[in-house]
Design a protein around this ligand. Structure first.
Ligand SMILES: NC(=O)c1ccc[n+]([C@@H]2O[C@H](COP(=O)([O-])OP(=O)(O)OC[C@H]3O[C@@H](n4cnc5c(N)ncnc54)[C@H](O)[C@@H]3O)[C@@H](O)[C@H]2O)c1
Length: 447
């Protein structure tokens, strides 16, 4: 038997979710229902996928939990923060993602998940007006450093009260306004800490306070929105210093999942692309926040990044080098339209203009009638369990093997590293990390 160098998953795992909205409550309800044998965690790789270990006559296909020690669903304890005070039962009912019959059996447990006060700055999400927010002694918004200290206390108290052995912090809160990376503030930990202490509200998003608090309390941090929070060198430095894993950003759920799985068809067959237009209609609170241009900008940057590393104009100028923005590559446009009647049932349309032999044009249309939170919930579970696994395996810093679950995967852009967006390359990275943690050899075979 190979030597598995991962510490066992003993004791309770506290999953502290920032945000108690549609995604968070669908995730929590699904885990609690699964635990009771009343639902199945469909879409979760850690619960369903079987992967090969070994080769030739020795090969076997095993579930992840039979290769590496994963936390058991029964050992999970949930906590959360939100701007609104409603407990997870009320919030799940409000979100209307799940039917009442799929929530009621775990009502008691959900009612006990009461959000702690949020570290919030309205300038980062103008459309939200909840009052369950942290204030300082003077009743005002705390400074960024006071936010960090209060969040550290929350994590510490939650861990002690629930007797958790380990904590993971997951951001499933609203998309904040776009914070461009600033070399003066975001490139070193020293500068970041100084900006927090100076209460630099322009460069320090509240989400950075959550990430800082999590890492310094010994908890991995996962960014499920497109916020640049941990996608800055200062946070990479903090993750190295605290020896904690970080992952992000933006759950890869509907349209981008399709894009990163479908675009390799075009690239692999050497077909040309002149344009890809993606639009969505969405009516939940996420859609409301994204209706604000400054918040949409964060999402747009994340959604646009997917194709660039799969269909590369510089590598194949004949195929991908014209049609658009300054005639240097295909035209890629993404839109999100807030449309309340659809609530969480997002409709994503893709119009893809391709061309073939001698440049003759063709079109592909994809219409995905999806359910946003139903697609995001299994990703929340997998990202939490695998980040906890990574921490026990002694891995720290950006966990590139988790790119499979993320729309805009983190990579070291200061060294010219590229993100891996191709779904099947990401899957290979995921499997190889699990093989290695389980003491098996990594390989590139396709199955
Ligand atoms: N569902 C998907 O398919 C999908 C895919 C990718 C990313 N996301 C992202 O996941 C996030 C959650 O989506 P959702 O549909 O659950 O949204 P939602 O609006 O239902 O829930 C988000 C919650 O976060 C809370 N919040 C905002 N700022 C906060 C702060 N500073 N601290 C604590 N709580 C805060 C809000 O009050 C709200 O209740 C969004 O950022 C969304 O863009 C979702």
């Amino acid at each position: 038997m190979p030597q598995c160098n991962v510490k066992p998953a003993e004791g309770k795992l506290g999953i502290m979710v920032v945000g108690n909205g549609a995604v968070a409550t669908t995730f929590m309800t699904g885990v609690l229902m699964t635990r009771k044998g009343l639902a199945k965690p469909i879409g979760s790789m850690t619960q369903y996928d079987k992967m090969r270990i070994g080769k030739g006559a020795d090969k076997k296909y095993l579930h992840y939990k039979d290769i590496v020690p994963l936390a058991d669903l029964n050992d999970i304890v949930f906590g959360c923060w939100d701007v609104y005070p409603q407990n997870a039962y009320q919030s799940a009912m409000y979100a209307e993602v799940l039917k009442e019959k799929d929530i009621e059996p775990v009502r008691d447990e959900l009612e006990k998940i009461v959000p702690m006060k949020a570290a919030f700055d309205k300038n980062y999400a103008k459309r939200l007006d909840g009052d369950n927010v942290k204030t300082n002694d003077k009743g005002q918004m705390p400074t960024r450093w006071e936010m960090v200290e209060a969040l550290k206390q929350d994590i510490h108290d939650f861990k002690a009260k629930n007797q958790c052995a380990r904590i993971v912090v997951l951001w499933a809160a609203s998309t904040e306004i776009y914070v461009p990376v600033d070399e003066q503030v975001h490139y070193t930990l020293e500068a970041l800490e100084k900006a927090m202490k100076d209460d630099d509200r322009e460069h320090i998003a509240p989400s950075m306070c959550y990430a800082y608090a999590a890492l310094t309390e010994g908890a991995p941090f996962i960014m499920g929105a497109p916020n640049t929070t941990v996608d800055i060198p200062a946070m990479w430095e903090l993750a190295e210093k605290t020896k904690m894993p970080i992952a992000g950003k933006d759950f890869k759920t509907g349209q981008t999942l399709v894009k990163s799985g479908f675009s390799p068809i075009i690239g692999t067959r050497c077909l040309g692309l002149s344009g890809w237009f993606s639009t969505n209609i969405l009516g939940n609170r996420d859609g409301l926040v994204l209706d604000e241009p400054a918040n949409f900008r964060t999402k747009e940057v994340s959604k646009l990044s997917t194709l660039e590393t799969i269909l590369k104009p510089d590598v194949q100028p004949d195929l991908y080098g014209h049609g658009n923005d300054e005639d240097t590559q295909y035209y890629h446009k993404v839109r999100i339209n807030y449309y309340p009647p659809r609530n969480d049932n997002k409709e994503g349309w893709d119009n893809i203009d391709i061309f073939g032999w001698m440049g003759y044009p063709m079109q592909i249309k994809i219409n995905f009638l999806c359910r946003d939170s139903i697609l995001a919930a299994p990703l929340c579970l997998d990202l939490c369990l695998l980040s906890d696994l990574a921490a026990r395996a002694g891995r720290y810093g950006t966990q590139r093997f988790l790119s499979f679950f993320l729309k805009s995967p983190m990579h070291d852009y200061t060294k010219g590293e590229e993100a891996v967006n191709h779904l099947y390359q990401q899957y290979t990275m995921l499997k190889n990390a699990i093989r290695e943690m389980g003491g098996y050899e990594a390989d590139e075979e396709i199955d």
